[in-house]
Write a protein of this length. Sequence first.
Length: 415
Amino acid sequence: MRENLLFHWNRIGEKLWVKPLLVSILSVAFAFVASLADQTDSVAWVPNISTESIEALLNLVTSSMLVIAMFAVGAMVTAYASASNSATPRAFSVVLADDTSQNALSIFIGVFIYGAVALVALKNDVYDHAGRFALFIVSVLVFALVILTFIRWMDSIARLGRMGNTIDKVEVAVANSFSVWWNQPRLGASPFSNQSSITGEPLALPKVGYLQRVDMATLQAVAAQHDLKIFLSVLPGKFCTPSNPVAQVQGLSPDNMQCLDELSSAFHLADQRTYDQDPRFGLVVLCEIACRALSPAVNDPGTAIDVVGTVTRLFHLWARARQASTAEPLHDRIFAPDLREQDLFDDAFNGLARDGAGLVEVSIRLQKAFQAISGFGDNDLRDASIEHSQRALARNELSMTLPQDIEAVRNVARF
């Protein structure tokens, strides 16, 4: 249940209209909550605030907030376009989910609606002596909130959409995905090694798309109800088609074949990949950012070197999380393959090594990253580092023309 709520909450966080809607509803409620002060005994000690002073404050709020909200939307759209164009469109979702920008836009719109509703209520004598004082206090606090939010948002919008900021946000998303994976390896399923030896009824999905998530709790419940064993053939991030089964189901009989529909409902397909249950997706995004930076049109090796450092930190996190993981399988009737470090390296380094093969500074930094990762104390990471180091060096020897450059890369690759 927690995983389901977290997944849907993350998807809601990627919708730009949700927070403004919630804040708008709250702002209308606050405008009328002030009138409750008239039902208390505070009339004797609160000062008498004139209607004109409150009206001037609310006019100031309503006249300025709409302009600021429109300015905020324009700045955010520009930042989002910059992130998609300079980095990669696959990074758009993490930039869109920026809490600071969403909160600022929500407050600007919510305060505008609050001012309009409160002004109409004030003109129609909804507030009495104590109500006007409460409305004045709330309006002053709201005005102070707007000023603080605008200052904080200006500091954030100056960085939003910049290359370094986008890389940092993708790094955070990948780090969270790595941590979630090792908190529940294989999504909480039991391991199995030889997938080719698994037999059973193939479970294929009628749609085509990327597997975004697997509802493991539903699979476990259905499997326990019908005494089944489920062997997953794919993990989130896989592109699924009706011709490629997502699982093999053992224990089916003619009496319980109808449960295949229940099992199919636990696999959620969509047009795009997400970071939640798909640790490899973020590495693909980082590699795309580096490849675009290395394109002749951009020619920015520094960004590629930055991405190499980011990926090195992420594999260090992977090694530490793997060594510290003591999680036991949560779902005894579901079996799933492990993530292979070789696949993670393919996602992170193949495109980068190809496009940077002719640049000595990128190639040396890449070999140093392989050397660092091989020393993280993880045998699988070490084997993948050595293989990709040799593969990258072979590309360097084909692409570089200056013997001194090739020798410099060879010297680093001798680790």
